[in-house]
Design a protein around this ligand. Structure first.
Ligand SMILES: Cc1cc2nc3c(=O)[nH]c(=O)nc-3n(C[C@H](O)[C@H](O)[C@H](O)COP(=O)(O)OP(=O)(O)OC[C@H]3O[C@@H](n4cnc5c(N)ncnc54)[C@H](O)[C@@H]3O)c2cc1C
Length: 475
């Protein structure tokens, strides 16, 4: 069978919807299976607990979404999302100091995750080739080790078991995917898995932003300094649709995450700079505090198996999930969808699914390495990975990363290259070229900043006192 006609996508979230959209461009019909009820608007749902926390879509991912579903970014902007230019629209305390607000090179889309998901979902499900099966749980794959022929599902309302047949099944069921178990049941050897776990935890609350702040105030990001050799503590204030600020406070293992309303502000005050606390102290909270402890980097390696069944693919968080602080999960899933789109045109002959899975695996390598190698710098990070690049134990690697971070903070040219990589608009290998090494050594650097680079208008919006301006170190 070279031309699949019917596809099933397990999981109807971000990765699943993008995959379903791509399949519908190439196959006659697609069924999306999700155990949740997918809301008919931008609402929270049980199966997506991370949607209570800040989500940004980097420009690298946004451009792919736009190419697959033109008009999506305009739709979310019209619904109140912000397009935040990096670094002009962000005030960041990096591990090495305050980042200069260079003219934007890339951007992120900032809004609630439910708005992003719904905007994509509404367009995808408009296709008459796609059928949605909600409240339906994937239980196991059918077929054998050479070919997957469908999936056994369990109706959560009627308890009925049923086999849905397909020429192609895509697993997009997220971090909790049963794929490894399902493949064992088909008689395949275990898929290798790497885990790098810095113990990331998030605590999030929403506030009414001051008048003018959602449109005219930058996003704020206070990061930890991994060189302090103690648990990292982070805080962000991100504008959201509806005149809201979403405030996420987070930590690495041992960082005593705030889990109650009483603990929230004191924790914000304990960050390396009081800016987040100063912003939220006077404004009105409008939600309880939500906590997430899902943040380990976890990557499967289906491409390493000698045998892979035809008719099966895996992408999204099922394949690789990252520390969310880097904001790469949705963009990585979009990259996988783009590869799927490019490759499906040629049909899927015997062995083609394994080749395609390899190509999908390559799309997650950069975000995997970026997140996992950064996390290894934090005390208490647990490394259960076979990736040799994460087991070098070399302080030289960390020194280079520090050099890049400090250069990026003060030099526009360095920052431009780093921002291209961070936004998943350029490969990470850009940081290893001789051009970049020369740039790091020779680029013009601005003086270090003594405090947050906020304009008089921005200070007025947030009712903040000015702090002392630019300091030492001009080169
Ligand atoms: C706290 C937090 C903050 C984050 N912030 C960002 C960010 O700023 N930027 C970014 O790009 N990424 C971020 N991420 C990552 C992002 O949330 C994920 O990368 C993204 O949701 C992955 O999408 P997915 O479709 O693969 O999986 P999910 O979104 O997890 O969806 C899985 C779907 O599968 C369904 N499902 C599960 N099991 C079954 C089953 N057996 N049968 C049927 N259906 C099933 C679920 O109901 C769900 O709909 C963050 C993650 C966390 C935890």
């Amino acid at each position: 069978m070279t031309e699949p006609r019917h596809g099933i996508v397990l999981g109807g979230s971000w990765a699943g919807m993008l995959a379903a959209h791509v399949l519908a461009r190439h196959l006659e019909s697609v069924t999306v299976v999700d155990r949740d009820v997918l809301p008919g608007g931008p609402a929270q749902r049980k199966g997506l607990p991370q949607a209570r926390h800040v989500h940004v879509l980097w420009s690298g991912g946004a451009r792919i979404v736009e190419s697959l579903l033109p008009g999506t970014i305009d739709r979310v902007l019209a619904a109140g999302a912000r397009k935040i230019g990096f670094h002009e629209d962000v005030v960041t305390l990096t591990s090495h100091g305050w980042q200069h607000r260079f003219p934007p090179r890339q951007y992120v889309i900032m809004c609630g995750r439910p708005l992003l998901d719904w905007t994509v979902r509404e367009q995808v499900l408009a296709s008459d080739r796609i059928t949605l099966r909600q409240r339906t749980e994937a239980v196991t794959l059918t077929g054998d080790g050479t070919r997957v022929s469908g999936v056994e599902v369990h109706g959560l309302d009627d308890g009925a078991r049923e086999v849905l047949e397909a020429d192609l099944v895509i697993d997009a069921t997220g971090r909790g995917s049963g794929l490894r178990k399902w493949l064992s049941a088909l008689g395949l050897p275990p898929v290798e898995v790497d885990i790098v776990d810095a113990g990331i935890a998030y605590s999030t609350r929403q506030f009414v932003a001051p008048p003018g702040a959602t449109a005219g105030f930058p996003a704020v990001n206070v990061a930890a300094d991994h060189r302090e050799r103690r648990p990292g503590r982070f805080g962000v204030v991100f504008p959201q649709e509806g005149g809201r600020w979403m405030v996420t406070l987070s930590c690495t293992r041992g960082g005593d995450l705030p889990t109650t309303e009483e603990d929230f502000l004191p924790y914000a005050r304990s960050l390396r700079d009081p800016l987040v606390a100063q912003l939220i102290a006077p404004v009105e909270p409008i939600t309880p505090v939500f906590v997430s402890r899902i943040g380990a980097n976890r990557r499967l390696y289906p491409e390493r198996l000698d045998r892979w069944p035809d008719g099966l693919l895996v992408l999204g968080d099922s394949l690789a999930a990252f520390n969310p602080i880097h904001g790469h999960g949705m963009s990585a899933a979009a990259r996988a969808a783009a590869v799927l789109d490019r490759r499906l045109g040629g049909g899927l002959g015997p062995g083609a699914a394994h080749d395609l899975q390899r190509a999908i695996g390559e799309t997650v390598d950069d975000p995997w390495l970026m997140a996992a190698s950064k996390d290894l710098e934090y005390v208490g990070c647990r490394n259960h990975s076979s990736d040799p690049r994460l087991n070098l134990g070399s302080s030289a690697v960390h020194q280079f990363v520090d050099l890049v971070a400090s250069g990026s903070m003060l030099s526009r040219e360095v920052s431009d290259v780093v921002t291209d990589v961070l936004s998943m608009s350029a490969p990470q290998s850009e940081l290893g070229t001789s051009r970049f090494f020369t740039l790091i050594q020779r680029a013009e650097r601005l003086p270090e900043l003594a405090g947050p680079p906020l304009s008089a208008e921005e200070l007025a919006i947030a009712n903040l006192e000015p702090r002392s301006p630019v300091l030492r170190g001009a080169r």
